[in-house]
Design a protein around this ligand. Structure first.
Ligand code: ZN
Ligand code: ZN
Length: 363
């Protein structure tokens, strides 16, 4: 019984499976609508971010039980990374390390999103969702990381061992409330930029700059049983002079937040959009898009090019491990969009993306 209780607790605390309390009353008029009156956060459109413990247990174990991974049956392609030369200027270089960890290199500035290199997306490294594919790069194989972008505090996005290993080398761009968490893990406050939605900060290295802007997402947060929605969740815009990327983090769909992001941040050259952990829909829909909704985000923000993440590493839901890319291709076809505009990378694959470099002047 103790083992069952422990296992249940760990599952509740793991990754995106955490349930949280309902949001208290509406925030006061002098605060943004995603701020709760008690200092926590909520989805401003009124979406409930929790279905409660009973619903979680029903979804997790009985309704559509979480999928299991079978290496003989599920195909998750892998590739060897081909990182950018430090002086490479012509293209933006993107490498999928795995799950939500993406390395974006441009103009000599290396940005890593949601670094998770541990075996488990869990409070402990012996139980909970275990990786089914290794990170394409080890922490030792990373190039110098100038900036780390964090979307939210769930275990499959914010990992203690990875943060400690990265240490004080990068600048950390994080949503409100994650700063103190980083400081408790040894990160110096001077390396942390904490932002509310629509607040920006510019990092300049050797005369080249990228502006980081925290943008909305429809999600929730929490790492334990008592910190639900106490730290903000966000997506992020990364704007170089000739290349704007958007990192979606972890999000459900609505028809207003992403339209606004496209209007305020665009043109967006490249978007990183979650496509996995979506079944059962009645349980996941508020907090995780399915591939068809990911395509709506791709369209709403007006991305020239998108990649699908949040699949292929941790089993967090009921769909088959290799279903998200197939469903994404089907959704693109149904929307009459070219498949190559929004697809998936092999784990470890590097692609070189076109930038908006102006044409040379002609006489
Ligand atoms: Zn997640
Ligand atoms: Zn999450």
């Amino acid at each position: 019984m103790t083992r069952i209780l422990l296992a249940t607790t760990l599952l509740l605390m793991s990754a995106c499976s955490t349930t949280v309390e309902d949001e208290p009353m509406a925030s006061s008029a002098d605060k943004p609508s995603h701020h709760r009156s008690d200092g926590g956060f909520r989805n401003p459109l009124g979406q409930r971010s929790s279905n409660g413990l009973g619903s979680f247990l029903k979804a997790r174990f009985f309704d559509e039980p979480w999928a299991s991974f079978d290496a003989d049956k599920h195909s998750i392609p892998t590739a060897s990374p081909a990182l950018a030369d430090a002086t490479s200027q012509d293209n933006a270089t993107v490498t999928w390390v795995g799950h939500a960890t993406v390395l974006i290199q441009h103009q000599g500035i290396n940005v890593l999103t949601d670094p998770v290199f541990s075996d488990y997306a869990s409070p402990v490294q012996w139980a909970g969702p275990k990786r089914v594919t290794k990170p394409a790069l080890s922490l030792n194989e990373l190039p110098p990381i100038h900036a780390v972008v964090i979307s939210h505090d769930h275990y499959d996005h914010l990992d203690v061992a990875s943060i400690k290993a990265l240490g004080n080398e990068p600048m950390y761009y994080v949503p409100l409330g994650i700063g103190p968490w980083l400081i408790d893990r040894g990160i110096d406050s001077s390396r942390i930029v904490e932002r509310d939605w629509w607040q920006s900060s510019t990092l300049t290295i050797d005369g080249r700059s990228v502006e980081f802007t925290a943008t909305p997402a429809q999600h929730f947060s929490g790492r334990g049983l008592s910190d639900g929605n106490s730290r903000l969740w966000a997506s992020w815009g990364l704007a170089w002079s000739d290349f704007t990327a958007w990192f979606g983090g972890d999000t459900g769909y609505n028809d207003s937040q992403f339209v606004e992001i496209g209007e305020r941040l665009g043109p967006i050259d490249f978007a990183v959009i979650p496509i996995g952990a979506y079944r059962p829909r009645w349980f996941m829909k508020v907090v995780h898009v399915d591939p068809a909704e990911a395509v709506l985000i791709h369209q709403d923000i007006g991305a020239a090019q998108s990649m699908g993440i949040h699949w292929g590493a941790f089993i967090l839901s009921a769909e088959e491990a290799d279903e998200p890319p197939r469903a994404l291709a089907e959704a693109m076809a149904q929307s009459n969009l070219p498949a190559e505009r929004f697809d998936v990378y092999a784990v470890g694959e590097t692609r070189h993306l076109a930038t908006r470099r102006p044409e040379p002047a002609t006489n």
